[in-house]
Design a protein around this ligand. Structure first.
Ligand SMILES: Cc1cc2nc3c(=O)[nH]c(=O)nc-3n(C[C@H](O)[C@H](O)[C@H](O)COP(=O)(O)O)c2cc1C
Length: 194
């Protein structure tokens, strides 16, 4: 079932394409785990917005807890679970900032309200009331009547995996697992016990 000498990005793309068809909502949702400077982990869902030839790209606020953690401690882990397919993919690796040009290009594709929302949100800071947020949205709509530029504190991070693991549910908990590790001359795949 697994091509252990193959490219795990090819397998990932085919699973993601199948998930697009079979998952009822947000097939591209993924748990992102980061670690703070004391070594304490935290995890939350984000959306996978791009998969380029280096890794997985997600977008967020740089000043959010996850943004600060990935800046100070540029290591992260991802976990996809597609319930409809009974499949899991895990990825671990270094984090790098996406270029301004790439973040700008992605931001430009977002709906205007989502663009304004990125300006209005002080992600994960204390919010006094819903009205406070709505007032900030209205203020941003006035500030940017036409095009909305990307906020300087919002953009993409790329998780560049050095390890990818594919898991498929099988009977009697005898699941299939394949691990791919990046080596100096390409990927090395092997099977793992369930
Ligand atoms: C399905 C789903 C997708 C989400 N996608 C994103 C995302 O792409 N970027 C983001 O910043 N937050 C996203 N969130 C919100 C985060 O889970 C989280 O609440 C927020 O980013 C604050 O996280 P932090 O305080 O750990 O930085 C998403 C939440 C869910 C449930």
């Amino acid at each position: 079932m697994f091509d252990l000498s193959g490219d795990p990005f090819v397998l990932f793309r085919s699973w993601l394409a199948e998930a697009l068809v079979s998952e009822p909502v947000v097939h591209d949702a993924v748990a992102l785990a980061t670690v703070d400077e004391r070594g304490a982990p935290s995890v939350r869902m984000v959306l996978l917005k791009d998969l380029d030839d280096r890794g997985f790209v997600v977008y967020t606020h740089f000043s959010s807890p996850k943004g600060r953690q990935m800046t100070r401690n540029p290591r992260a882990a991802l976990c996809f679970h597609w319930k409809s397919l009974r499949r899991q993919v895990r990825a671990e690796g270094d984090v790098e900032l996406v270029s301004d040009a790439v973040s700008d290009a992605y931001f430009a594709t977002r709906a205007r309200d989502s663009q304004l929302g990125a300006w209005a949100s002080r992600q994960s800071d204390e919010l006094g009331s819903r009205k406070e947020l709505e007032d900030r949205m209205a203020a941003m709509a006035e500030r940017f009547p036409d095009e909305v530029p990307r906020p300087p504190s919002w953009g993409g991070f790329r998780i560049v995996p050095e390890r990818l693991e594919f898991w498929v549910d099988r009977d009697h908990r005898l699941h299939d697992r394949a691990e791919y590790r990046r080596t100096s001359d390409g990927w090395r795949g092997r099977l793992l016990y369930p």
